[in-house]
Design a binder for this molecule. Structure first.
Ligand code: PSU
Ligand code: MN
Length: 284
């Protein structure tokens, strides 16, 4: 069936209330308007749920104690019967168990800036290489070292294709200077390629890059300025580990007068829409 998995960390930790509720709901509608089925994944009272309902989404969007779980700590939230939101890494781990191939998100995690000193590399990259999901995203988040992220994707055997783009997108900005492995101009060609991959039993994920809608794209120069300010603040406040990504995004939303938030909202829904279209085409 054309099922598209959606993650929940962007609801709990990526976006402020009430934008997070709007994005969660509109992403589901975007998938379903294309004839596919949306399955938002998260953990409610220690139970993994595939297909969060409105009440579940409200909990993850509003409750202050929601944990952010990746592959290393998801077991603990289940054990402690917590409410928890799944990242790209843990969402695709769960989706894979149940044979859900498609997954849409905003931007994946990756190699952080200054990773040569901190070793902070998102588990998203390794999870993508351990599973064979088809992931629609706008590249990796702008706050990361996108050069190193691009290279590590290649090293890990993850195919990077563009939908109407020759370059890997930069999340809030349209294009990095990193060439995609191939650019596809239409959805049926992407489906054909993914069908072949399924036949080949290719064991790694495939990233399908979709640019932020043009009217909400921000210049790379502006973004880099905000990132520098946010990184400085993170260092001063000794923010690290799983708190770093949400902290940086929040700070930059402030610096940008919510321009980045607007871009983030629009690209997530746009990616859900494309995922709904590709999944529908793939299974028909
Ligand atoms: N995309 C967004 N906002 C987010 C995230 C992605 O637009 O908040 C989340 C995803 O859940 C991703 C996670 O898996 O950030 C990466 O966190 P970390 O760098 O700690 O691995
Ligand atoms: Mn990290």
């Amino acid at each position: 069936k054309p099922i598209v998995a959606l993650e929940s960390t962007l609801i709990s930790h990526g976006l402020p209330y009430p934008d997070n509720i709007k994005v969660a709901k509109e992403s589901i509608s975007a998938v379903e308007d294309n004839g596919s089925v949306a399955a938002t994944i998260g953990i409610i009272n220690g139970k993994v749920k595939i297909g969060l309902n409105e009440d579940d989404i409200n909990i993850l969007a509003k409750d202050k104690n929601v944990q952010k779980v990746s592959n290393h700590n998801i077991n603990l939230s289940i054990f402690k019967k917590e409410n928890a939101a799944t990242t790209v890494a843990s969402t695709i781990s769960i989706a894979s168990i149940f044979g859900i191939k498609f997954f849409a998100t905003g931007g994946i995690g990756g190699v952080h800036l200054n990773a040569e000193n901190t070793n902070d590399v998102s588990a998203d990259l390794y999870s993508l290489s351990e599973h064979s999901n088809y992931v629609i995203c706008s590249g990796a988040k702008s706050i990361l070292d996108l050069n190193k992220t691009y290279e590590l994707l290649e090293t890990l055997g993850i195919t990077r294709i563009g939908y109407k783009t020759n370059y890997m997108p930069g999340f809030w900005f349209s294009e990095t200077n990193h060439q995609v492995d191939d650019n596809f101009e239409d959805i049926s060609d992407i489906s054909n390629f993914l069908r072949l991959n399924t036949k080949l039993n290719h064991k790694k994920s495939i990233l399908i890059f979709n640019k932020v809608p043009e009217i909400n794209a921000i210049s790379k120069e502006k973004i880099n300025e905000w990132i520098e300010r946010a990184l400085l603040k993170a260092e001063q406040n000794k923010i690290n580990g799983k708190a770093l990504t949400p902290f940086l995004i929040k700070e930059i939303n402030n610096f940008s007068n919510n321009k980045t938030l607007k871009a983030n909202v629009s690209l997530i829904i746009n990616n859900a829409d494309l995922a709904g279209k590709i999944a529908k085409n793939f299974y028909s």
